[in-house]
Design a protein around this ligand. Structure first.
Ligand code: 4AD
Ligand code: MG
Length: 431
């Protein structure tokens, strides 16, 4: 662990014995003065510790700068550890010197600040205890995802963010002017991963995807982090097994390694048991109808329908075999029932809904051309993608998992934008 400008982090100092000498560097989280003694709660990336500042130890001039320093000023403190039951955590630092490194006057974020204000000030709000916990949980979820892929024989592959054609339909494409030609921000790396399986077989990528989502919801961002995998020779069951392994590991890793962070958020999270229940789209429609949702066979599952279904289960649930009309052109029709495709969504519990979408792909050249035409798309745009069906095609499948939706579920967040450091939505591109 690097310790720049300090001998200990706050959480390390809390564990030291009476009389230990420390040099701490951090920010003023709280401050109060009682009878000429200043009590500062110093915050750093590991936690916080109380610092006691008195004139006899530090002299009048440093006492004055401590008195004048506003909340969130950055400071370097040298002092001695004292055990005192009145201090938070039973430990405090009696300061011998206190240097204000960066002043902070009238820190704008106060208790009770409104949601929009906090979003406008996300660059500062990241310092809050709750954002600290969320960022750590997100990092843990990402680490767990990589760890799972890397230890299960997947190779990571990177795909471009600037692309020539839609993966998930034209309605949510961000168009960019690419030296006078039309190009788009990627909606999914799927097609590139499909190309890579012919070399590496089992592949994954974790990178941003973009969707020009015109609706304001609690589960859509315009830029989100997409965890995607593709497996040569995998059928629909194979896809579900991989999703189950990945999501199960992400959930249990965060529950275990992010226990402190979940507690800060007041979140009780028990990682789900595997295997996850599997139901067909038909059964999902029945459940939704029974619960009064307005839905007909053939419609995609609406937010309300997904919510109704997900509330029926206390673990994530797979919903497979949606109507062909509800899904993108590349999904493999079910040979025993051509009106549905071999796709699967994973719905997270507690009403969260879809966190993963995937399935088996069409690997037959003629069928893929036919589906591209049926959807009114331009075969020319998919020329290289079709090539993959011309030279040694294999059955294969894959999926995409939305990192923010998954973090929202695990951390119990009310809105997807809480799950990303700097959210991008229809109304927000700053900070
Ligand atoms: O279901 P989607 O659209 O599927 C695909 O993009 C496939 N091409 C993935 C694949 O098979 N490789 O998106 C996959 C997941 C969704 O389940 C959701 O979790 C997330 O990506 N997602 C979004 N997350 C936040 N904001 C949005 N606007 C999202 N759109 C999709
Ligand atoms: Mg989907």
């Amino acid at each position: 662990m690097f310790r720049f400008s300090k001998t200990h982090y706050a959480s390390e100092a809390l564990g030291l014995g009476e009389g230990s000498r420390v040099r701490l560097a951090g920010w003023i989280f709280r401050k109060r003065e009682l009878g000429g003694v200043i009590f500062i709660v110093l915050r750093d990336s590991t936690g916080s510790i109380q610092v006691v500042v008195r004139e006899p130890e530090i002299g009048p001039s440093q006492l004055r700068s401590a008195r004048e320093a506003g909340l969130e000023s950055s400071i370097i403190v040298e002092g001695v550890i004292r055990k005192d039951p009145r201090a938070p955590g039973g430990t405090e630092v009696l300061a011998n010197s206190l240097e204000v490194v960066g002043e902070s006057d009238n820190y704008p974020i106060r208790k009770g600040a409104g949601e929009e204000f906090l979003l406008d000030n996300r660059h500062l709000h990241l310092r809050s205890r709750s954002m600290w916990a969320i960022l750590r949980i997100r990092a843990e979820a990402l680490r767990a995802a990589r760890e799972w892929f890397d230890s299960n024989g997947f190779t990571s592959v990177e795909a471009p963010s600037i692309v020539g054609a839609a993966v998930e339909g034209g309605a949510t494409l961000f168009e960019i002017n690419y030296f006078g030609k039309k190009a788009y921000l990627t909606q999914s790396s799927q097609f590139y991963l499909e190309a890579a399986i012919f070399s590496l077989e089992n592949v994954y990528t974790i990178q941003p995807s973009f969707r020009a989502e015109k609706s304001r919801t609690r589960r859509h961002l315009t830029e989100f982090w997409h965890v995607e995998a593709e497996m040569a020779w995998a059928d629909l069951n194979g896809v579900m097994e991989v999703v189950e392994g990945l999501v199960g590991h992400m959930a249990s890793a965060v529950a275990e390694r992010g226990a402190e962070e979940l507690e800060i958020l007041g979140r009780r999270f028990d990682p789900p048991d595997t295997p996850f229940p599997r139901i067909s789209y038909d059964e999902a429609v029945d459940i939704a109808k029974r619960k009064g949702v307005d839905i007909e066979w053939g419609d995609d599952l609406s937010t309300e329908a997904e919510r109704a279904v997900s509330l029926e289960f206390d673990s994530p649930v797979f919903v497979h075999r949606y109507p062909k009309s509800a899904k993108a052109f590349y999904h493999m029709p079910d040979p025993s029932r051509p009106e549905v495709v071999l796709c699967v969504d994973l719905l997270a519990p507690e009403g969260i809904g879809e966190i993963v979408g995937g399935g088996q792909r069409i690997h037959d050249y003629d069928l893929l051309v036919q589906r591209i035409r049926e959807e009114g798309l331009n075969v020319e745009d998919y020329k290289w993608y079709l090539d993959l069906r011309k030279y040694g095609s294999v059955p294969h499948g894959g999926f995409g998992l939305g990192l923010e939706r998954t973090v929202r579920w695990i951390a119990g967040l009310p809105h997807i934008r809480a799950a990303v450091p700097f959210p991008r939505t229809i109304t927000r591109v700053t900070p």
